[in-house]
Design a protein around this ligand. Structure first.
Ligand code: GLA
Length: 390
């Protein structure tokens, strides 16, 4: 078993064997992600800079001859929950809800690519759910690799990312972009992924905070978030309307030098959205320059500016994220920002390693003072992308 899948791959394989009485044909796993910078830029054809978390979702799988898809998932307590078995031929948007919609959506989209066979899937994972760390995409990507692997279809990962996006958009009903799937499928250990969403060009940029005495601290606020309830989609639609009014295919086509001239041509409510996207793309490019020059600490002010822009212009932050960011900065973090879509979920902070304990204490104290649930914190290093484990 490859080291990437680790414990989760072993758990999924053992649970499969227990449930089905035979070893699975194979095990595949995919990681969650944090996005270092470049938020709400992906569906504007822009730039993103994610890295894979060590947390992964593994899928143990075997083909079935009867065209039926069965999906079981292991809870933290080790007990398995089972989705209602369904024929792959019967999968349609709206037919499956809850957690089972994610694996079912992938089977649905792959059916249109000729992958029509049934399968038994058993899932185990440790990507925190509902934390904005892409647990749903880790699951979808692992399922996609499993079903394609069982069918013997050669992997084209950028293409798989687009299929997973279609499952998420059209089956699950979340109008999300390409950041999360691409991160899960293309990230590699020790690197951040510099992705130009428009061209699809993906570059691995080495990112080693530890050599400079720094770490990326993830703060899962435990404030729940959702991308199916309208806030995300409304902003996406606003960006598309603004791009059309400015006469371009996407906001990617506006650069910072043109902002002053472009903004007055837009209705007032669209101006802050555009300002965020345009300046955020620029911040990604500056972050990549800083990393290429080995100046990790220079990320700090870019992270802060990104958070302020997401909070004030894009309006996707929330009090829990703002308090996490503010507390980390007050205790010596060089920078901090919300990561992912927002409305809850997680923040990241660039923290001198010797300040780790003090930052965590301060964040926890700020939450306790407000009577909020205790956030979960952990330092994260760029880890391996999706892989076959066995
Ligand atoms: C969510 C979506 C991504 C991306 C981010 C914001 O994570 O799934 O496609 O839009 O929000 O950057």
């Amino acid at each position: 078993m490859s080291p990437a899948g680790g414990d989760q791959a072993r758990r999924a394989a053992a649970a499969f064997e227990e449930l089905r009485g035979v070893a699975p044909r194979g095990v595949w796993s995919a990681p969650g992600r944090v996005n270092l910078i470049g938020e709400h830029t992906d569906y504007n054809d822009g730039f993103v800079l994610p890295f894979a978390l060590p947390h992964r979702t593994a899928v143990a799988a075997s083909p079935r001859a009867d065209g039926v898809l069965t999906v079981s998932t292991l809870g933290d307590d080790g007990a398995a929950r089972h989705a209602e078995p369904i024929a792959v031929a019967d999968l349609e948007p709206g037919r499956v809800s809850g957690w089972a919609a994610y694996p079912s959506g992938v089977a649905w989209v792959l059916r249109s690519q000729g992958v029509t066979a049934g399968a038994d899937l058993v899932i185990a994972g440790d990507v925190p759910a509902g934390a904005g760390l892409s647990s749903s995409h880790a699951l979808e990507c692992a399922v996609a690799l499993a079903l394609l692997g069982l069918a013997g279809v050669p992997e084209d990962r950028p293409e798989i990312a687009r299929w997973v996006q279609r499952a998420e958009n059209d089956f699950v009903g979340a109008p999300t972009g390409l950041l999360d799937q691409t991160a899960s499928l293309l990230c590699t250990e020790a690197n951040v992924l510099f992705l130009d969403v428009r061209s699809g060009k993906a570059e691995q940029v080495p990112f080693d905070a530890a050599v400079q005495g720094l770490e990326v601290l993830v703060i899962d606020t435990r404030a729940s978030h959702s991308h199916t309830d309208g806030g995300y989609g409304a902003r996406r639609a606003g960006c598309e309307r603004a791009a059309a009014l400015l006469g371009g295919p996407a906001l990617r086509d506006v650069d910072t030098a043109e902002l002053d001239e472009a903004l007055p041509r837009l209705p007032a409510e669209l101006q802050p959205l555009v300002r965020h996207v345009v300046t955020e793309n620029e911040r990604v490019l500056r972050a990549v320059d800083a990393l290429r020059a080995g100046r990790v600490a220079d990320l700090g002010p870019l992270l802060v500016a990104s958070h302020e822009s997401l909070r004030d212009d894009y309006r996707v932050s929330c009090p829990e994220l703002d308090v996490a960011v503010g507390s980390a900065l007050a205790e010596g973090a060089l920078g901090a920002r919300m990561t992912g879509g927002g409305f809850g979920g997680s923040a990241i902070a660039l923290v001198p390693v010797e300040r780790h304990d003090a930052v965590v204490r301060r964040v926890l104290a700020a939450y306790a003072e407000r009577g909020w649930a205790t956030p979960r914190t952990f330092p994260a290093v760029p880890s391996a992308g999706a892989a076959r484990d066995d």
